[in-house]
Design a protein around this ligand. Structure first.
Ligand SMILES: Nc1ncnc2c1ncn2[C@@H]1O[C@H](COP(=O)(O)OP(=O)(O)OP(=O)(O)O)[C@@H](O)[C@H]1O
Length: 290
């Protein structure tokens, strides 16, 4: 379904844009139909940049992203609109996606105008109810409410319901649980399991290793823009082989801390991007030597 072919992203930095920094380097992976894949790494490792490139919110500097075999960079106008029928993103901060002046379900009206202008009002109302129920919300409790009358978890689920109205094939979920409290977080994770059961593919972007372990069948560990380890989640968690993954697993309680680039650099002067080696079937580790 979705394939990343050696994609890289350079950002221009410096006062006059004269310098560049490579935020993502030679990243390749696939997300299959109905597959949940976790993309894990510390803050600044390039996870969101990858999500944004998949969603066409950031350009790809080198390499390409294909969906069902077609290069997505070529899509313009109607073709891009069709792409968004298949692929949608949900992000960290649900509050920022709503205008406090309007009722929260206005987000559905925008989809109707754009994609379903001719669907009759009653049929549309039924579609909305079904989508809202699919995200484990009670339509009577949430429809017609203003954003401030709903919780972060409810707002987040309404955004997922909006994506479901389009009958998408892939959801890019970027830190969708990080602003939720612990119990709501579990609800949203259970919801992802439901979505998977419906055949939806999910790229679950998180800095929280334990959440990745909970939801995904495949895990990709990103470090400074490069993949250091990837494979079936049980192997990556049960038999981590790259020193960075081992360190991440050891430091689970501290993962929310901002990664301090300058503080870490002197300790690892010789760090380089190493090619991925298949250490055991399906389990790839950068620079692995048996
Ligand atoms: N628009 C931009 N211009 C310049 N640099 C950027 C831009 N967006 C991101 N970066 C830089 O690219 C690197 C990767 O950022 P990115 O947001 O992809 O990381 P992340 O792993 O998602 O981190 P977080 O979990 O904090 O969101 C960071 O060093 C960031 O400062």
């Amino acid at each position: 379904m979705l394939s990343l072919h050696s994609i890289s992203k350079d950002y221009r930095t410096g006062a006059f844009g004269g310098a560049t920094m490579t935020a993502v380097r030679d990243v390749s992976f696939d997300v299959g139909v109905g597959e949940v894949v976790s993309l894990i790494g510390e803050s600044g490792s390039g996870k969101s940049t990858i999500g944004r490139m998949i969603l066409r919110l950031a350009s790809v500097t080198r390499g390409k992203v294909t969906f069902d075999g077609a290069d997505i960079s070529a899509y313009r106008g109607p073709a891009l609109k069709e792409y968004y029928r298949d692929v949608q993103g949900v992000f960290q901060d649900p509050f920022s996606c709503y205008n406090p002046v309007f009722r929260a379900d206005r987000v559905f009206a925008m989809i109707k105008e754009e994609y379903f202008p001719r669907v009759p009002r009653e049929e549309w109302a039924e579609k909305i109810e079904a989508a809202v129920e699919a995200v484990r919300l009670n339509p009577g409790e949430v429809l017609g409410k203003y954003p401030h009358q709903l919780s972060g978890g409810q707002l987040q689920r309404l955004l997922i319901a909006r994506a479901l109205l389009l009958d998408i094939k892939l959801l890019v979920a970027d830190e969708i649980t990080s602003m939720l409290d612990a119990s709501t977080r579990i609800d949203v994770l259970n919801l992802l399991a439901d979505l998977k059961a419906r055949g939806l593919g999910v790229l679950f972007i998180t800095h929280d290793l334990s959440l990745g372990n909970y939801v995904s069948e495949r895990t990709i560990v990103l470090r400074r823009g490069s993949i250091v380890e990837m494979g079936p989640t049980n192997l990556v968690f049960g038999n981590p082989l790259h020193p960075y993954t081992i360190k991440l697993l050891d430091s689970v309680p501290r993962l929310h801390e901002k990664w301090d680039v300058d503080a870490e650099r002197p300790a690892e002067p010789a760090w380089a991007v190493e090619p991925l080696v298949e250490a055991e079937p399906g389990h790839f580790v950068a620079g692995y030597a048996a």
